[in-house]
Design a protein around this ligand. Sequence first.
Ligand code: JBK
Length: 235
Amino acid sequence: MLVDIVTIFPGFFASPLATGLLGKAGERGLVEVRLHDLRDWATDRHRSVDDAPFGGGAGMVMVPGPWFDALDELEAQGPARVVLLAPDGRRFDHKVAQRLAAEPRLILCCGRYEGIDERVRTRVDEVLSIGDFVLAGGETAALVVLEAVARLVPGVMGNADSVTDESFAAGLLEYPQYTRPAVYRGLEVPAVLRSGDHGAVARWRRDQALDRTRRLRPDLLEQAEEDADGPQAPG
Ligand code: JBK
């Protein structure tokens, strides 16, 4: 997978891209990330990318020119799904990550300042939000999307089971995990996990995952039921 990131802070991504799973995926050529400084498409000598909003008001708005020119140039290199990170986007989740992981190429657009000129949206395929909170810009959101997507790209995760096994793939929270020591400060590991009975362990884990999801995230269970049932007639 190829990922182009357009940002006014390309340096923001240096450490995350060099570290851990994303670092490995890059080294192995499984996820190639190219960083682009939006200011490279600015046309004035100050390389400015923002201006005051029409109609007045506080703050600055990113001007359309550099975005249009950047996307012209990047899209001329070949097809890509263009994603804008913004608080009014569709909520990013595991399902969206799975869909994006199947794309050969993504262009992630990170806005800054108070917003981007509305006309830039005519150039994006999809607007995504990572949640209802205010960020300084789309960079952190792009990083969240990139990490969640990259680990679903075939070959990125060492053990193939660890992706399909995990919680959100099944629409459930994870069961509790324990490691040595069996008793720590009087706190015991559940006996079933030390029983050697693989069937009993599997049943206990499934029950725990279900209990936990029912208690902490009932919305996930309702979603899982809807997904399993398929679209229902209203009423
Ligand atoms: C937020 O993706 N987001 O969630 C996002 C992107 C850019 C700015 C923001 O405040 N929430």
